[in-house]
Design a protein around this ligand. Structure first.
Ligand SMILES: [Zn+2]
Length: 309
């Protein structure tokens, strides 16, 4: 019996689109279906991502549609292995059939031209999480990399309201701190951070302060632990990664912490991890630290599964 793994963020679809010989079934990146089959249960939220700094001539929305179509094509071509899931019931059914569950997110409102009128399109595709920004500021908000003192614009507030109306969770990973608090003040439902660590453990602006973590927890959302080494800290041990998990658990995060490894979205992973094939090492490391089975099940599956209704 393999282990469960439900991950909130990877950039594999952008990699597949950029590199035609690197399909989802088997590739030389961090995530593919062959490696996914080695896990006992595997669900993955695939981000549609493209850098706003390299927008194609026909624009970001057109690129977003190309990314979605590449995702849909991969689902069709690998229908025996993986199923696109829009609901929690879809996930449970895919797992019962021995298939991997694939879900969608969008990384950066830029990919919808920051236009609230395009949110319904994404919802129709089954998008579940949407990062308001990537590393660039946009018409919705500043990011925590650029224009980091700028919060949500009036258009950004309209965008968030439309996300909530359409059943898509606003995702704060990459968002500026003022944007984070603007969002938390206006949110009517859960706020998520799909791939962000603890700033108390690793003081990087991409990571969350304790107050931010607790605000997400109190909203009913989740925080996905990111494996990208610069967000984990100096050093190369799995202990450094588990320090982020344990810090969040000590903040009352037993039902909040999940994983959002940023696989295929970064070049170097922490703790010697090489990709999806090494998730069992992480599971065993936490088990070795005395985590009870019920907590492992929450971290590796239930906490994120609960978000998808
Ligand atoms: Zn990211």
């Amino acid at each position: 019996m393999g282990i469960p793994y439900f991950d909130a963020h990877c950039d594999t679809i952008a990699r597949c689109l950029a590199l035609p010989d690197q399909g989802l079934q088997e590739n030389t990146g961090h995530v593919d279906l062959v490696r996914g089959t080695q896990l006992g249960r595997y669900a993955q939220i695939f981000a549609l991502y493209h850098s706003p700094g390299a927008a194609p001539p026909d624009g970001m929305l057109a690129q977003c549609k190309r990314l979605y179509h590449r995702f849909a094509q991969e689902m069709d071509e690998n229908a025996g292995l993986v199923q696109h899931c829009r609901t929690g019931a879809d996930i449970d059914q895919a797992v019962a059939q021995g298939k991997m569950a694939a879900l969608l997110s969008i990384e950066g409102a830029d990919l919808l031209d920051c236009d609230p009128a395009q949110v319904a399109l994404a919802a129709g595709w089954g998008v579940k999480f949407l990062n308001l920004t990537w590393n660039y500021g946009n018409a919705v908000s500043g990011s925590n990399s650029r224009e980091s003192d700028r919060g949500l614009s009036p258009q950004g507030r309209d965008f968030v309201r439309e996300l909530e109306r359409c059943g898509i969770y606003p995702d704060v990973s990459h968002l500026s701190d003022p944007g984070f608090w603007d969002l938390c003040r206006m949110a009517r439902g859960p706020v998520v951070a799909s791939h962000s660590n603890s700033r108390a453990i690793c003081p990087h602006p991409r990571n969350l302060t304790d107050d931010q973590f607790q605000a997400i927890r109190d909203s009913g959302g989740v925080v996905g632990i990111n494996f990208y080494r610069p967000f984990v800290g100096d050093g190369d041990s799995l202990e450094l990664l588990t320090a982020h998990i344990e810090h969040f658990l000590n903040l009352g995060g037993e039902k909040t912490v999940c994983f959002g490894g940023d696989l295929d979205g970064c070049d170097v992973l922490a703790g010697g991890l090489q990709g999806l094939q090494d998730i069992p090492l992480l599971y065993e490391a936490l088990k070795g630290r005395g985590y009870p089975a019920s907590l492992l099940e929450d971290l590796f599956w239930n906490n994120l599964r609960r978000m998808i209704r």
